[in-house]
Design a protein around this ligand. Sequence first.
Ligand SMILES: Nc1ncnc2c1ncn2[C@@H]1O[C@H](COP(=O)(O)OP(=O)(O)OP(=O)(O)O)[C@@H](O)[C@H]1O
Length: 357
Amino acid sequence: MRLRRLTLQHFRNVAFADLALTGDRHFFVGSNAQGKTNLLEAAGFLFALRSFRTADNRALIAHGQPEAAIACELTHERRGDTRVLIKLRPGGKEVTCDGERVPRLADYLGHFPAVVFSSQDQLLVRGSPGARRRWLDLALAATDATYFSTLQAYHRALAGRNALLKRTASASELLAFEHPLATAAASLTSLRAAGIATLSTHVAETYNRLADSAEPAALTYSPDTAPLDAPAWSALFAKNRPRDLVMKTTLAGPHRDDCELTVSGKPARDFASEGQQRSLALALRLAEVEYLATRTGVQPLLLADDVLGELDPARRRRFWTALGENRQVIATGTTLPDASLGTWQIFNVTTGSFAPS
Ligand SMILES: Nc1ncnc2c1ncn2[C@@H]1O[C@H](COP(=O)(O)OP(=O)(O)OP(=O)(O)O)[C@@H](O)[C@H]1O
């Protein structure tokens, strides 16, 4: 997939921008708080239909404006030339693809894969299980509508059961949510196990390409509860009822799952060096790229927010080589990338304006 033109209107601090993208490497350079991340956020929104940094879409609309718009023209491996337009209003978003309104957003997701590399990605290694679960859920849901709907069903049933636990409901009331919860838990854990098995191969390969040494990295599934079938999950939720009623929440289940990351067999969070953690975070994102490319047959767009500047020159070059030739990259930074990283189309960013140089 190649993004050829990107147009923004009233998106954060960008009043209007219409950018023709040529080639495969685009770099947006500028001082802090000028609008570099805003541009990547808009590009990412086109494909994920969500911002990579806020859950509140109202924050994306320029102050004082009633709506924001993001539009693009792209060439796509399967769809050919495609135009997408998204309008963001305080009450919701409207997505139009080739002039036709997209009624079910779930049908749109996954067709236009994009991966965001951010300076916050080390939290995937160092942060809480929630950060890794979110990474996993987004990677798997982006290519598998069944995963997406199972995850939604699980969270709907979990929210229902938790609401009942808060008002000390009876066992028969709880049972109404435990049945769908158990069915979704069984599917979710088996889909996660399969997804992680594939992702872990990519993580091991990409880490190997990025790391300073030959120490192997691994990603393994670390479920909260060993995978069970639906009747066994039902039995577990029933058994946990007294404890959950006291705590007023569902304590055990796939919403507490984690993935373990290791380097040379030791937990990366506690034992890996700063450099190893950086490489591992990049490896997770590159694994996501490989996973999306393999599953969809479409090359994802790579959005790198201030990532290059954080890497030492050797790691930067290895990261660069690991990205692969055949992928479009839009990157930002406060300084231009070194010449060894090839030729870029450069835009200078100043207070929400983008001037080609
Ligand atoms: N809804 C909005 N309306 C208008 N301006 C906004 C809105 N949201 C954010 N901004 C402005 O956008 C600017 C931040 O832009 P951005 O996050 O893209 O910076 P950046 O160039 O990536 O900087 P850094 O290098 O620090 O990450 C700030 O000046 C902020 O006030």
